[in-house]
Design a protein around this ligand. Structure first.
Ligand SMILES: C[S@@+](CC[C@H](N)C(=O)[O-])C[C@H]1O[C@@H](n2cnc3c(N)ncnc32)[C@H](O)[C@@H]1O
Length: 249
């Protein structure tokens, strides 16, 4: 397996390639497929006047949402140059100012320390090639009492597959680590991490874990095929998305 620098280069090239397929996908108030939304959960609290940073801001649609809620100072970082350009354009089109920079979440030394009230991330934080470093980076950038809210694909999601008319385990839930995969036609490096690993790393970084959400919301009218990656049938059995809120104490 490649070292972290190489992994980031592979993922940057991949995301630059697929960025246009993700325009406005996985953006607040949505936390992810079949997940409860921010409108229901109210995890972010009062946003008006707050200094906010999005980790893996993608096309900038969640930044737009935060600005629409009156965030005072809007920042975003993303590994992909294409995504950063999309996000900058989106804010400009909406006559909003924001501080959007191309950088990896593992290397955010140029961001101010103890500056942000809210750091958030929607389906991006799990892309990290170094979870401990990323969480310690975020912890450092938050003010005391600041919150981190993020969603990610629940680690059970990649382990279950509908095959031969039944839901089966394709791999062990316990086996963690990086793996190379062709995703949307491009090679990328992903990591499998158990829920306990994520929670323990948050705790090791100094965070107080306030809420963990492992729930699904499947509309009665859902007609998705059970063989698709995210399906209503699968979501009724296990949560596709995990959402975590924690505090810098
Ligand atoms: C699913 S998208 C996030 C979409 C975003 N929530 C929105 O509202 O548009 C995941 C993002 O994570 C970014 N990403 C992947 N690895 C990263 C890393 N190591 N550091 C920073 N961003 C990363 C990708 O470039 C991509 O834009």
């Amino acid at each position: 397996m490649q070292d972290q620098k190489e992994m980031l280069e592979i993922n940057k090239a991949g995301w630059d390639e697929v960025a246009d397929q993700y325009f406005g996908i996985h953006a607040l108030p949505q936390y992810g497929p079949y997940a409860p939304t921010e409108d229901e959960l109210h995890l972010l609290g009062e946003v008006a006047g707050k200094t906010v940073l999005e980790i893996g801001c993608g096309s900038g649609h969640s930044l737009l949402y935060m600005a629409s809620r009156g965030a005072g100072d809007v920042w975003g970082i993303d590994l992909s140059t294409t995504q950063v350009n999309y996000a900058k354009e989106l804010l400009q089109e909406n006559r909003l100012t924001g501080n959007i920079q191309q950088m990896s979440m593992e290397n955010i030394d140029d961001l101010p320390s103890e500056y942000f009230d809210i750091v958030f991330s929607v389906y991006a934080l799990g892309w990290t090639v170094d979870m401990a470093r990323t969480l310690s980076n975020i912890y450092k950038r938050l003010k005391n009492g600041g919150v981190l809210v993020f969603s990610w694909e629940h680690p059970i999601q990649s382990r279950l597959m509908y095959e031969d008319d039944k839901m089966t385990y394709t791999q062990s839930y316990h086996s963690e680590g990086p793996y190379k995969v062709t995703w949307r036609g491009v090679p990328v490096i992903m990591h499998h991490r158990k829920v306990s690993t994520i929670l323990n790393k948050l705790s090791n970084a100094g965070f107080f874990i306030e809420r963990v959400i492992e729930e699904s919301r499947v509309p009665e009218t859902d007609e998705s095929s059970p063989t698709t990656w995210y399906s209503g049938m699968k979501a009724r059995l296990s949560p596709p998305t995990i959402i975590i809120k924690c505090i810098k104490k």
